[in-house]
Design a protein around this ligand. Structure first.
Ligand code: ZN
Length: 84
């Protein structure tokens, strides 16, 4: 695991802990506030997860280029083509 992946992983742990505490605190108040807080967390998680996925794919492709070389990228892309 490289430093970028480790930074994303540790940051995600703290982020999800904070989200969980916020949702728990909101539901302990009233269920309406809990549902509202859950929706807010869901809405900010979507772009967060898309960005994280793009960054992880970028790291994965760079590792594939290191392992197989530029011409060997077909080895990394082959499983994705088979899923279509
Ligand atoms: Zn969050």
């Amino acid at each position: 695991m490289n430093s970028i992946s480790m930074m994303i992983f540790l940051g995600d742990i703290l982020h999800n802990l904070g989200d969980g505490l916020a949702i728990g605190a909101a539901f302990s108040s009233t269920w309406v506030i809990g549902v509202g807080t859950s929706l807010a967390v869901f809405c900010h998680e979507l772009p967060h997860e898309f960005g994280k996925c793009g960054l992880e794919l970028s790291v994965c492709f760079k590792m594939c280029v290191k392992i197989f070389g530029r011409s060997g990228m077909i080895h990394c892309l082959q499983p994705m083509r088979m899923n279509r």
